[in-house]
Write a protein that binds this ligand. Structure first.
Ligand code: GLN
Length: 556
Protein backbone atom coordinates (compact mmCIF):
# COMPACT_ATOMS: atom_id res chain seq x y z
CA UNK A 1 0.00 0.00 0.00
CA UNK A 2 2.83 2.32 0.95
CA UNK A 3 4.48 1.59 -2.37
CA UNK A 4 1.20 2.39 -4.17
CA UNK A 5 1.01 5.85 -2.60
CA UNK A 6 4.64 6.46 -3.34
CA UNK A 7 4.03 5.64 -6.99
CA UNK A 8 0.88 7.79 -6.98
CA UNK A 9 2.71 10.77 -5.56
CA UNK A 10 5.46 10.43 -8.14
CA UNK A 11 2.89 10.13 -10.88
CA UNK A 12 1.12 13.22 -9.56
CA UNK A 13 4.35 15.17 -9.60
CA UNK A 14 5.04 14.43 -13.22
CA UNK A 15 1.37 14.95 -14.04
CA UNK A 16 1.85 18.66 -13.82
CA UNK A 17 2.92 18.61 -17.43
CA UNK A 18 3.09 15.82 -19.96
CA UNK A 19 6.58 14.93 -21.08
CA UNK A 20 7.24 14.55 -24.78
CA UNK A 21 9.00 11.90 -26.79
CA UNK A 22 9.52 12.48 -30.50
CA UNK A 23 10.33 9.68 -32.90
CA UNK A 24 12.06 10.59 -36.15
CA UNK A 25 13.24 8.27 -38.91
CA UNK A 26 16.49 8.21 -40.82
CA UNK A 27 18.20 6.52 -43.78
CA UNK A 28 15.07 5.04 -45.30
CA UNK A 29 11.33 4.88 -44.85
CA UNK A 30 9.44 1.76 -43.66
CA UNK A 31 11.72 1.11 -40.69
CA UNK A 32 8.73 0.75 -38.42
CA UNK A 33 8.60 4.00 -36.46
CA UNK A 34 5.00 3.23 -35.60
CA UNK A 35 5.89 -0.15 -34.11
CA UNK A 36 8.81 1.26 -32.11
CA UNK A 37 6.62 4.10 -30.82
CA UNK A 38 3.81 1.67 -29.95
CA UNK A 39 6.23 -0.74 -28.27
CA UNK A 40 7.76 1.97 -26.13
CA UNK A 41 4.30 3.24 -25.25
CA UNK A 42 3.28 -0.30 -24.26
CA UNK A 43 6.26 -0.62 -21.91
CA UNK A 44 5.58 2.75 -20.31
CA UNK A 45 1.89 1.91 -19.99
CA UNK A 46 2.83 -1.43 -18.39
CA UNK A 47 4.78 0.58 -15.83
CA UNK A 48 1.59 2.38 -14.83
CA UNK A 49 2.10 5.60 -16.79
CA UNK A 50 -0.63 7.27 -18.84
CA UNK A 51 0.67 7.37 -22.38
CA UNK A 52 -0.65 8.26 -25.79
CA UNK A 53 0.84 8.36 -29.26
CA UNK A 54 0.18 10.70 -32.15
CA UNK A 55 1.34 10.75 -35.74
CA UNK A 56 2.32 13.83 -37.73
CA UNK A 57 2.35 13.19 -41.46
CA UNK A 58 4.19 15.58 -43.75
CA UNK A 59 1.96 15.19 -46.84
CA UNK A 60 -0.44 17.85 -48.11
CA UNK A 61 -3.63 15.78 -48.01
CA UNK A 62 -5.84 16.98 -45.16
CA UNK A 63 -6.25 13.34 -44.11
CA UNK A 64 -5.55 9.98 -45.75
CA UNK A 65 -9.28 9.42 -46.41
CA UNK A 66 -9.03 10.34 -50.07
CA UNK A 67 -5.83 8.36 -50.66
CA UNK A 68 -5.91 5.18 -52.69
CA UNK A 69 -4.85 2.23 -50.48
CA UNK A 70 -2.02 1.54 -52.96
CA UNK A 71 -0.59 4.93 -52.01
CA UNK A 72 -0.73 4.75 -48.29
CA UNK A 73 -2.13 1.39 -47.17
CA UNK A 74 -5.29 1.13 -45.12
CA UNK A 75 -7.14 4.17 -43.89
CA UNK A 76 -7.73 3.67 -40.18
CA UNK A 77 -10.93 5.12 -38.71
CA UNK A 78 -11.12 6.25 -35.07
CA UNK A 79 -14.15 6.20 -32.75
CA UNK A 80 -14.80 9.88 -33.46
CA UNK A 81 -14.81 9.26 -37.20
CA UNK A 82 -11.39 10.56 -38.20
CA UNK A 83 -9.84 8.95 -41.28
CA UNK A 84 -6.24 8.44 -40.22
CA UNK A 85 -2.89 6.81 -40.86
CA UNK A 86 -2.63 3.06 -40.33
CA UNK A 87 -0.06 3.55 -37.57
CA UNK A 88 -2.93 4.63 -35.31
CA UNK A 89 -4.16 1.06 -35.68
CA UNK A 90 -0.89 -0.19 -34.19
CA UNK A 91 -1.20 2.30 -31.34
CA UNK A 92 -4.68 1.04 -30.49
CA UNK A 93 -3.82 -2.63 -30.92
CA UNK A 94 -0.80 -2.31 -28.62
CA UNK A 95 -2.24 0.04 -26.01
CA UNK A 96 -5.86 -1.14 -26.06
CA UNK A 97 -6.97 2.52 -25.88
CA UNK A 98 -8.91 4.41 -28.53
CA UNK A 99 -7.23 7.26 -30.40
CA UNK A 100 -9.02 10.24 -31.91
CA UNK A 101 -8.91 12.95 -34.58
CA UNK A 102 -6.28 14.79 -32.53
CA UNK A 103 -3.88 11.83 -32.76
CA UNK A 104 -3.22 12.29 -36.47
CA UNK A 105 -2.23 15.56 -38.08
CA UNK A 106 -1.06 16.21 -41.63
CA UNK A 107 0.64 19.17 -43.27
CA UNK A 108 -2.62 19.71 -45.15
CA UNK A 109 -4.50 20.14 -41.89
CA UNK A 110 -1.85 22.45 -40.45
CA UNK A 111 -1.91 24.70 -43.52
CA UNK A 112 -5.70 24.60 -43.70
CA UNK A 113 -5.90 25.93 -40.14
CA UNK A 114 -3.29 28.63 -40.72
CA UNK A 115 -4.87 29.74 -44.00
CA UNK A 116 -8.34 29.86 -42.42
CA UNK A 117 -6.93 32.02 -39.64
CA UNK A 118 -5.26 34.28 -42.19
CA UNK A 119 -8.58 34.66 -44.07
CA UNK A 120 -10.30 35.50 -40.82
CA UNK A 121 -7.77 38.29 -40.28
CA UNK A 122 -6.39 36.70 -37.12
CA UNK A 123 -2.79 37.54 -37.94
CA UNK A 124 -3.51 41.28 -37.78
CA UNK A 125 -1.72 42.28 -40.94
CA UNK A 126 1.42 40.23 -40.35
CA UNK A 127 3.16 38.31 -43.13
CA UNK A 128 2.23 34.65 -42.56
CA UNK A 129 5.32 32.45 -42.64
CA UNK A 130 6.53 28.91 -42.00
CA UNK A 131 8.36 30.19 -38.92
CA UNK A 132 6.62 31.12 -36.67
CA UNK A 133 3.08 30.54 -37.96
CA UNK A 134 3.28 27.00 -39.35
CA UNK A 135 5.67 25.87 -36.61
CA UNK A 136 3.45 27.42 -33.93
CA UNK A 137 0.46 25.55 -35.31
CA UNK A 138 2.50 22.31 -35.28
CA UNK A 139 3.47 22.96 -31.64
CA UNK A 140 -0.13 23.75 -30.73
CA UNK A 141 -1.23 20.43 -32.24
CA UNK A 142 1.57 18.54 -30.48
CA UNK A 143 0.32 19.76 -27.12
CA UNK A 144 -3.40 19.55 -27.93
CA UNK A 145 -3.78 16.11 -26.32
CA UNK A 146 -2.07 17.48 -23.22
CA UNK A 147 -4.87 19.98 -22.67
CA UNK A 148 -7.69 17.45 -22.88
CA UNK A 149 -6.18 14.58 -20.91
CA UNK A 150 -3.80 14.15 -18.04
CA UNK A 151 -1.20 12.17 -19.93
CA UNK A 152 2.18 11.59 -18.32
CA UNK A 153 3.85 11.05 -21.65
CA UNK A 154 2.93 11.94 -25.21
CA UNK A 155 4.83 10.18 -27.97
CA UNK A 156 4.82 11.96 -31.31
CA UNK A 157 5.88 10.10 -34.42
CA UNK A 158 7.09 12.35 -37.22
CA UNK A 159 6.28 10.68 -40.55
CA UNK A 160 8.74 10.56 -43.43
CA UNK A 161 12.52 10.47 -43.31
CA UNK A 162 14.92 13.10 -42.01
CA UNK A 163 16.23 14.99 -45.03
CA UNK A 164 12.85 15.19 -46.78
CA UNK A 165 11.92 18.77 -47.68
CA UNK A 166 8.42 18.14 -46.33
CA UNK A 167 9.65 17.21 -42.83
CA UNK A 168 11.55 20.43 -42.21
CA UNK A 169 8.82 22.48 -40.47
CA UNK A 170 8.14 19.55 -38.13
CA UNK A 171 11.80 19.18 -37.18
CA UNK A 172 12.03 22.91 -36.61
CA UNK A 173 8.99 22.67 -34.31
CA UNK A 174 10.65 19.80 -32.41
CA UNK A 175 13.83 21.86 -32.02
CA UNK A 176 11.82 24.74 -30.62
CA UNK A 177 9.85 22.51 -28.27
CA UNK A 178 13.00 20.98 -26.87
CA UNK A 179 14.23 24.50 -26.20
CA UNK A 180 10.87 25.64 -24.79
CA UNK A 181 10.27 22.79 -22.34
CA UNK A 182 13.86 21.69 -21.63
CA UNK A 183 15.59 18.41 -22.34
CA UNK A 184 14.27 16.86 -19.09
CA UNK A 185 10.81 17.10 -20.55
CA UNK A 186 11.47 16.25 -24.16
CA UNK A 187 13.57 13.56 -25.79
CA UNK A 188 14.13 12.66 -29.40
CA UNK A 189 14.49 9.07 -30.55
CA UNK A 190 15.99 8.63 -33.99
CA UNK A 191 15.14 5.36 -35.68
CA UNK A 192 17.76 4.39 -38.19
CA UNK A 193 19.03 1.49 -40.29
CA UNK A 194 22.32 -0.34 -39.88
CA UNK A 195 22.63 -2.15 -43.22
CA UNK A 196 24.54 -5.42 -43.57
CA UNK A 197 26.92 -5.54 -46.52
CA UNK A 198 27.05 -9.11 -47.67
CA UNK A 199 30.27 -8.71 -49.66
CA UNK A 200 32.10 -7.17 -46.69
CA UNK A 201 30.23 -9.35 -44.18
CA UNK A 202 29.82 -6.23 -42.08
CA UNK A 203 27.20 -4.04 -40.51
CA UNK A 204 27.70 -0.45 -41.61
CA UNK A 205 27.23 2.65 -39.46
CA UNK A 206 27.92 5.35 -42.05
CA UNK A 207 24.31 5.88 -43.22
CA UNK A 208 23.33 6.44 -39.58
CA UNK A 209 26.15 8.91 -39.06
CA UNK A 210 24.94 10.83 -42.11
CA UNK A 211 21.37 10.73 -41.00
CA UNK A 212 22.25 12.06 -37.54
CA UNK A 213 24.26 14.85 -39.23
CA UNK A 214 21.19 15.68 -41.26
CA UNK A 215 19.20 15.89 -38.04
CA UNK A 216 21.90 18.06 -36.47
CA UNK A 217 21.54 20.43 -39.42
CA UNK A 218 18.04 21.12 -38.20
CA UNK A 219 19.40 21.84 -34.73
CA UNK A 220 18.34 18.55 -33.16
CA UNK A 221 20.73 16.26 -31.33
CA UNK A 222 18.96 12.91 -30.96
CA UNK A 223 18.97 11.54 -27.42
CA UNK A 224 18.51 7.90 -28.32
CA UNK A 225 19.29 5.90 -31.46
CA UNK A 226 17.13 2.88 -32.22
CA UNK A 227 18.97 0.85 -34.83
CA UNK A 228 17.12 -1.51 -37.15
CA UNK A 229 19.41 -4.37 -38.01
CA UNK A 230 19.39 -7.90 -39.36
CA UNK A 231 22.24 -8.96 -37.05
CA UNK A 232 23.06 -8.20 -33.42
CA UNK A 233 25.07 -5.03 -32.77
CA UNK A 234 28.47 -5.74 -31.22
CA UNK A 235 29.84 -3.74 -28.31
CA UNK A 236 32.38 -2.11 -30.65
CA UNK A 237 29.72 -1.10 -33.11
CA UNK A 238 27.57 0.40 -30.37
CA UNK A 239 30.55 2.36 -29.11
CA UNK A 240 31.37 3.59 -32.59
CA UNK A 241 27.78 4.75 -33.14
CA UNK A 242 27.75 6.43 -29.73
CA UNK A 243 31.00 8.28 -30.45
CA UNK A 244 30.14 9.48 -33.93
CA UNK A 245 26.54 10.33 -33.18
CA UNK A 246 27.26 12.00 -29.85
CA UNK A 247 25.07 9.84 -27.61
CA UNK A 248 25.96 7.68 -24.61
CA UNK A 249 26.42 4.02 -25.39
CA UNK A 250 23.34 3.01 -23.37
CA UNK A 251 21.32 5.14 -25.75
CA UNK A 252 22.26 2.97 -28.72
CA UNK A 253 19.37 0.52 -28.88
CA UNK A 254 19.36 -2.53 -31.08
CA UNK A 255 16.10 -3.25 -32.93
CA UNK A 256 16.78 -6.59 -34.52
CA UNK A 257 14.36 -8.01 -37.12
CA UNK A 258 11.58 -9.86 -35.34
CA UNK A 259 9.36 -12.71 -36.51
CA UNK A 260 6.28 -10.76 -35.38
CA UNK A 261 5.73 -7.10 -34.54
CA UNK A 262 4.34 -8.25 -31.19
CA UNK A 263 7.87 -9.33 -30.16
CA UNK A 264 9.14 -5.77 -30.41
CA UNK A 265 7.99 -4.51 -26.96
CA UNK A 266 9.88 -7.39 -25.32
CA UNK A 267 12.94 -6.79 -27.49
CA UNK A 268 12.85 -3.12 -26.46
CA UNK A 269 12.47 -4.15 -22.84
CA UNK A 270 15.59 -6.31 -23.16
CA UNK A 271 17.46 -3.36 -24.64
CA UNK A 272 16.17 -1.16 -21.78
CA UNK A 273 14.71 1.45 -24.11
CA UNK A 274 12.02 2.35 -21.57
CA UNK A 275 14.53 2.63 -18.72
CA UNK A 276 16.87 4.82 -20.78
CA UNK A 277 14.02 7.13 -21.75
CA UNK A 278 12.66 7.42 -18.19
CA UNK A 279 16.14 8.31 -16.96
CA UNK A 280 16.49 11.03 -19.58
CA UNK A 281 13.09 12.40 -18.66
CA UNK A 282 14.00 12.38 -14.99
CA UNK A 283 11.11 10.07 -14.06
CA UNK A 284 12.10 7.97 -11.07
CA UNK A 285 10.56 5.35 -8.84
CA UNK A 286 8.27 3.80 -11.44
CA UNK A 287 7.49 0.07 -11.13
CA UNK A 288 8.89 -2.46 -13.59
CA UNK A 289 6.61 -3.12 -16.55
CA UNK A 290 4.06 -5.88 -16.06
CA UNK A 291 4.01 -7.71 -19.37
CA UNK A 292 2.38 -10.92 -18.13
CA UNK A 293 -0.70 -10.85 -20.34
CA UNK A 294 1.37 -9.75 -23.35
CA UNK A 295 3.67 -12.73 -22.83
CA UNK A 296 0.66 -15.05 -22.52
CA UNK A 297 -0.63 -13.76 -25.84
CA UNK A 298 2.79 -14.32 -27.46
CA UNK A 299 2.96 -17.83 -25.98
CA UNK A 300 -0.34 -18.74 -27.61
CA UNK A 301 0.58 -17.02 -30.87
CA UNK A 302 3.82 -18.94 -31.15
CA UNK A 303 2.58 -22.33 -30.01
CA UNK A 304 -0.59 -23.00 -31.98
CA UNK A 305 -2.20 -26.39 -31.65
CA UNK A 306 -4.11 -26.06 -34.92
CA UNK A 307 -3.92 -24.43 -38.31
CA UNK A 308 -6.51 -23.11 -40.76
CA UNK A 309 -6.53 -21.52 -44.20
CA UNK A 310 -8.59 -18.42 -44.84
CA UNK A 311 -9.08 -16.75 -48.22
CA UNK A 312 -9.07 -12.97 -48.14
CA UNK A 313 -10.83 -11.88 -51.32
CA UNK A 314 -10.18 -8.25 -52.16
CA UNK A 315 -9.00 -5.97 -54.90
CA UNK A 316 -6.01 -4.39 -53.18
CA UNK A 317 -4.31 -7.68 -52.45
CA UNK A 318 -0.97 -6.72 -54.04
CA UNK A 319 -0.35 -4.63 -50.95
CA UNK A 320 -0.74 -6.29 -47.54
CA UNK A 321 -0.89 -2.88 -45.85
CA UNK A 322 -4.22 -2.21 -47.59
CA UNK A 323 -5.85 -4.76 -45.25
CA UNK A 324 -3.52 -4.24 -42.29
CA UNK A 325 -6.15 -4.33 -39.55
CA UNK A 326 -7.76 -7.47 -41.00
CA UNK A 327 -4.42 -9.32 -40.95
CA UNK A 328 -3.75 -8.16 -37.40
CA UNK A 329 -7.26 -9.13 -36.26
CA UNK A 330 -6.59 -12.66 -37.52
CA UNK A 331 -3.38 -12.73 -35.47
CA UNK A 332 -5.30 -11.77 -32.32
CA UNK A 333 -8.15 -14.18 -33.05
CA UNK A 334 -5.72 -16.96 -34.00
CA UNK A 335 -3.85 -16.61 -30.71
CA UNK A 336 -7.13 -16.63 -28.78
CA UNK A 337 -8.00 -19.94 -30.48
CA UNK A 338 -4.42 -21.24 -30.26
CA UNK A 339 -4.65 -21.65 -33.99
CA UNK A 340 -2.33 -20.53 -36.77
CA UNK A 341 -4.36 -18.61 -39.34
CA UNK A 342 -2.84 -18.71 -42.82
CA UNK A 343 -4.45 -15.84 -44.70
CA UNK A 344 -4.35 -16.33 -48.48
CA UNK A 345 -4.85 -13.13 -50.41
CA UNK A 346 -6.96 -13.81 -53.50
CA UNK A 347 -7.44 -11.07 -56.02
CA UNK A 348 -11.16 -10.57 -56.68
CA UNK A 349 -10.47 -9.95 -60.37
CA UNK A 350 -8.83 -13.37 -60.62
CA UNK A 351 -12.06 -14.89 -59.30
CA UNK A 352 -13.79 -13.52 -62.38
CA UNK A 353 -11.82 -15.75 -64.74
CA UNK A 354 -10.81 -18.75 -62.64
CA UNK A 355 -13.34 -21.26 -61.27
CA UNK A 356 -13.86 -20.58 -57.54
CA UNK A 357 -13.41 -24.29 -56.90
CA UNK A 358 -9.78 -23.96 -57.85
CA UNK A 359 -9.19 -20.92 -55.70
CA UNK A 360 -11.22 -21.49 -52.56
CA UNK A 361 -12.37 -25.09 -52.36
CA UNK A 362 -9.50 -25.98 -50.03
CA UNK A 363 -10.05 -23.02 -47.74
CA UNK A 364 -11.62 -23.35 -44.28
CA UNK A 365 -13.24 -19.92 -44.48
CA UNK A 366 -13.60 -16.96 -46.80
CA UNK A 367 -13.52 -13.27 -45.89
CA UNK A 368 -14.74 -10.78 -48.47
CA UNK A 369 -12.90 -7.53 -47.91
CA UNK A 370 -14.14 -3.94 -47.80
CA UNK A 371 -13.67 -1.85 -50.92
CA UNK A 372 -14.91 0.77 -53.35
CA UNK A 373 -15.99 0.80 -57.00
CA UNK A 374 -16.77 -1.99 -59.41
CA UNK A 375 -13.39 -3.61 -60.05
CA UNK A 376 -13.48 -7.30 -59.11
CA UNK A 377 -17.14 -7.18 -58.01
CA UNK A 378 -18.17 -10.25 -60.03
CA UNK A 379 -15.30 -12.20 -58.52
CA UNK A 380 -16.57 -11.37 -55.05
CA UNK A 381 -20.09 -12.47 -56.01
CA UNK A 382 -18.77 -15.78 -57.42
CA UNK A 383 -16.82 -16.44 -54.22
CA UNK A 384 -19.87 -15.72 -52.04
CA UNK A 385 -22.15 -18.00 -54.08
CA UNK A 386 -19.59 -20.78 -53.78
CA UNK A 387 -19.17 -20.57 -50.00
CA UNK A 388 -22.91 -20.13 -49.44
CA UNK A 389 -23.76 -23.23 -51.47
CA UNK A 390 -20.95 -25.29 -49.97
CA UNK A 391 -21.43 -24.36 -46.30
CA UNK A 392 -17.95 -22.87 -46.02
CA UNK A 393 -17.69 -20.26 -43.22
CA UNK A 394 -18.21 -16.77 -44.62
CA UNK A 395 -17.41 -13.34 -43.20
CA UNK A 396 -18.21 -10.21 -45.22
CA UNK A 397 -17.00 -6.78 -44.16
CA UNK A 398 -18.68 -3.62 -45.48
CA UNK A 399 -18.58 -4.08 -49.27
CA UNK A 400 -18.27 -7.79 -48.42
CA UNK A 401 -21.64 -7.67 -46.66
CA UNK A 402 -23.18 -5.59 -49.43
CA UNK A 403 -22.11 -8.20 -51.99
CA UNK A 404 -23.53 -11.02 -49.87
CA UNK A 405 -26.88 -9.18 -50.01
CA UNK A 406 -26.65 -8.76 -53.81
CA UNK A 407 -25.67 -12.40 -54.31
CA UNK A 408 -28.59 -13.63 -52.19
CA UNK A 409 -31.06 -11.36 -53.95
CA UNK A 410 -29.93 -12.58 -57.35
CA UNK A 411 -29.49 -16.29 -56.80
CA UNK A 412 -31.97 -17.13 -54.05
CA UNK A 413 -34.68 -14.46 -54.22
CA UNK A 414 -34.88 -14.34 -57.99
CA UNK A 415 -34.06 -10.62 -58.28
CA UNK A 416 -31.69 -11.28 -61.17
CA UNK A 417 -30.69 -7.68 -61.71
CA UNK A 418 -30.31 -6.72 -58.08
CA UNK A 419 -27.24 -4.61 -57.41
CA UNK A 420 -25.71 -1.87 -55.36
CA UNK A 421 -26.25 1.58 -56.85
CA UNK A 422 -22.54 2.20 -56.34
CA UNK A 423 -21.88 -0.14 -59.28
CA UNK A 424 -25.16 0.19 -61.20
CA UNK A 425 -27.09 3.38 -60.45
CA UNK A 426 -29.87 2.25 -62.83
CA UNK A 427 -30.54 -1.18 -61.29
CA UNK A 428 -34.24 -2.06 -60.98
CA UNK A 429 -33.59 -3.74 -57.64
CA UNK A 430 -31.28 -1.45 -55.65
CA UNK A 431 -30.83 -3.70 -52.61
CA UNK A 432 -27.88 -1.55 -51.57
CA UNK A 433 -28.55 2.14 -51.96
CA UNK A 434 -27.57 5.66 -50.98
CA UNK A 435 -29.12 7.32 -47.94
CA UNK A 436 -30.95 10.61 -48.60
CA UNK A 437 -28.30 12.62 -46.76
CA UNK A 438 -25.55 11.05 -48.88
CA UNK A 439 -27.26 12.01 -52.17
CA UNK A 440 -26.51 15.70 -51.57
CA UNK A 441 -22.81 15.06 -50.94
CA UNK A 442 -20.51 16.56 -53.57
CA UNK A 443 -17.20 16.69 -51.70
CA UNK A 444 -15.38 13.36 -51.26
CA UNK A 445 -13.15 14.04 -48.22
CA UNK A 446 -14.58 13.14 -44.80
CA UNK A 447 -18.16 12.79 -46.00
CA UNK A 448 -18.82 9.05 -45.61
CA UNK A 449 -20.68 7.58 -42.62
CA UNK A 450 -17.67 7.55 -40.34
CA UNK A 451 -16.84 6.46 -36.82
CA UNK A 452 -18.68 4.65 -34.04
CA UNK A 453 -22.44 3.98 -34.19
CA UNK A 454 -24.53 1.84 -31.86
CA UNK A 455 -26.16 -1.36 -33.08
CA UNK A 456 -28.88 -3.48 -31.50
CA UNK A 457 -28.33 -7.21 -31.92
CA UNK A 458 -31.37 -9.46 -32.34
CA UNK A 459 -31.84 -12.35 -29.98
CA UNK A 460 -31.50 -15.21 -30.79
CA UNK A 461 -29.08 -14.96 -33.69
CA UNK A 462 -25.56 -15.91 -34.68
CA UNK A 463 -24.54 -12.31 -34.01
CA UNK A 464 -25.94 -12.53 -30.47
CA UNK A 465 -24.13 -15.82 -29.90
CA UNK A 466 -20.91 -14.11 -30.97
CA UNK A 467 -21.24 -10.85 -29.05
CA UNK A 468 -23.13 -12.21 -26.05
CA UNK A 469 -24.95 -8.91 -25.67
CA UNK A 470 -27.61 -6.87 -27.38
CA UNK A 471 -26.09 -3.40 -27.54
CA UNK A 472 -22.82 -3.04 -29.38
CA UNK A 473 -20.92 -0.17 -30.98
CA UNK A 474 -18.78 -0.51 -34.09
CA UNK A 475 -16.91 1.81 -36.45
CA UNK A 476 -18.06 2.69 -39.95
CA UNK A 477 -16.60 3.95 -43.21
CA UNK A 478 -19.02 3.74 -46.13
CA UNK A 479 -21.62 5.65 -48.14
CA UNK A 480 -24.02 2.92 -49.18
CA UNK A 481 -26.51 1.03 -47.01
CA UNK A 482 -28.87 -1.92 -47.13
CA UNK A 483 -32.16 -0.73 -48.66
CA UNK A 484 -34.82 -1.18 -45.98
CA UNK A 485 -37.58 -1.45 -48.61
CA UNK A 486 -36.36 -5.03 -49.11
CA UNK A 487 -36.03 -5.96 -45.45
CA UNK A 488 -39.14 -8.19 -45.23
CA UNK A 489 -38.35 -9.96 -48.46
CA UNK A 490 -34.88 -10.85 -47.22
CA UNK A 491 -36.13 -12.02 -43.88
CA UNK A 492 -38.75 -14.25 -45.51
CA UNK A 493 -36.10 -15.67 -47.81
CA UNK A 494 -33.87 -16.61 -44.85
CA UNK A 495 -31.31 -13.82 -44.81
CA UNK A 496 -31.80 -12.17 -41.41
CA UNK A 497 -30.97 -8.59 -40.47
CA UNK A 498 -29.63 -9.46 -37.03
CA UNK A 499 -28.11 -6.07 -36.21
CA UNK A 500 -29.93 -2.75 -36.60
CA UNK A 501 -28.92 0.80 -35.73
CA UNK A 502 -31.46 1.79 -33.04
CA UNK A 503 -31.62 5.43 -34.17
CA UNK A 504 -31.64 5.24 -37.95
CA UNK A 505 -32.97 1.67 -38.41
CA UNK A 506 -30.08 1.01 -40.80
CA UNK A 507 -29.16 -2.64 -41.19
CA UNK A 508 -25.74 -3.36 -39.73
CA UNK A 509 -25.54 -7.17 -39.70
CA UNK A 510 -26.92 -9.78 -42.10
CA UNK A 511 -26.75 -13.51 -41.52
CA UNK A 512 -28.07 -16.73 -43.00
CA UNK A 513 -30.30 -19.03 -41.00
CA UNK A 514 -29.55 -22.09 -43.06
CA UNK A 515 -25.77 -21.91 -43.02
CA UNK A 516 -23.31 -22.94 -40.27
CA UNK A 517 -21.51 -19.58 -40.31
CA UNK A 518 -22.47 -16.87 -42.78
CA UNK A 519 -22.30 -13.32 -41.48
CA UNK A 520 -21.88 -9.94 -43.15
CA UNK A 521 -21.36 -6.67 -41.30
CA UNK A 522 -21.75 -3.14 -42.61
CA UNK A 523 -19.19 -1.86 -40.11
CA UNK A 524 -15.47 -2.54 -39.71
CA UNK A 525 -14.82 -4.88 -36.76
CA UNK A 526 -11.14 -5.12 -37.72
CA UNK A 527 -10.66 -1.58 -36.40
CA UNK A 528 -11.48 -2.63 -32.85
CA UNK A 529 -9.45 -5.79 -32.41
CA UNK A 530 -6.54 -5.47 -29.98
CA UNK A 531 -4.04 -7.84 -28.38
CA UNK A 532 -5.96 -7.59 -25.12
CA UNK A 533 -9.41 -7.77 -26.71
CA UNK A 534 -9.49 -9.83 -29.90
CA UNK A 535 -12.66 -9.00 -31.83
CA UNK A 536 -15.41 -11.57 -31.15
CA UNK A 537 -16.42 -11.74 -34.84
CA UNK A 538 -12.89 -12.71 -35.87
CA UNK A 539 -12.55 -15.04 -32.91
CA UNK A 540 -15.76 -16.87 -33.81
CA UNK A 541 -15.00 -16.89 -37.51
CA UNK A 542 -11.68 -18.63 -36.76
CA UNK A 543 -13.53 -21.04 -34.47
CA UNK A 544 -16.07 -21.80 -37.20
CA UNK A 545 -13.32 -22.33 -39.78
CA UNK A 546 -11.56 -24.70 -37.40
CA UNK A 547 -14.77 -26.65 -36.89
CA UNK A 548 -15.36 -26.75 -40.63
CA UNK A 549 -11.86 -28.14 -41.13
CA UNK A 550 -12.28 -30.80 -38.41
CA UNK A 551 -15.65 -31.91 -39.82
CA UNK A 552 -14.23 -32.03 -43.33
CA UNK A 553 -11.32 -34.16 -42.17
CA UNK A 554 -13.53 -36.53 -40.21
CA UNK A 555 -15.69 -37.10 -43.29
CA UNK A 556 -12.71 -37.60 -45.58
N1 GLN B 1 -18.05 1.15 -51.22
C1 GLN B 1 -18.96 0.77 -50.18
C2 GLN B 1 -19.64 1.97 -49.56
O1 GLN B 1 -19.15 3.08 -49.66
C3 GLN B 1 -18.26 -0.05 -49.11
C4 GLN B 1 -17.21 0.71 -48.38
C5 GLN B 1 -16.30 -0.18 -47.58
O2 GLN B 1 -16.20 -1.38 -47.83
N2 GLN B 1 -15.58 0.40 -46.66
O3 GLN B 1 -20.69 1.83 -48.96
Amino acid sequence: MKQFWLIMSIINQINAMAKHIFVTGGVTSSLGKGIIAASLAKLLQARGLKVTIQKFDPYINVDPGTLNPYEHGECYVTEDGAETDLDLGHYERFLNRPTSQANNVTTGRIYQTVINKERAGDYLGKTVQIIPHITDEIKRRVTLLEEENDYDIIITEIGGTVGDIESLPYLEAVRQMKRDVGSQNCVVIHLTLIPYLKAAKELKTKPTQHSVKELLNTGIQPDVLVCRTEYPLTKELREKLALFCNVDVKSVIEAIDASTIYDVPLLMLKEKLDKTILKKLGIKGIKDPDMTSWKEFLGKLKNPTNEINIALVGKYNELQDAYKSIYESFIHAGAANECKVNVHPIHSELMESVDPIQLIANMDGVLIAPGFGNRGINGKLAAIQFVRENNIPFFGICLGMQMAVVEYARHVMGLKNAHTVEVNPETIDPVITLMENQKQVKQKGGTMRLGAYPCRVKKPSLAYKIYGRQVISERHRHRYEFNNQYIDKFEKAGMIPSGINPDSELVEIMELESHPFFIGVQFHPELKSTVENPHPLFEHFVKAALKYKMDKNSHA
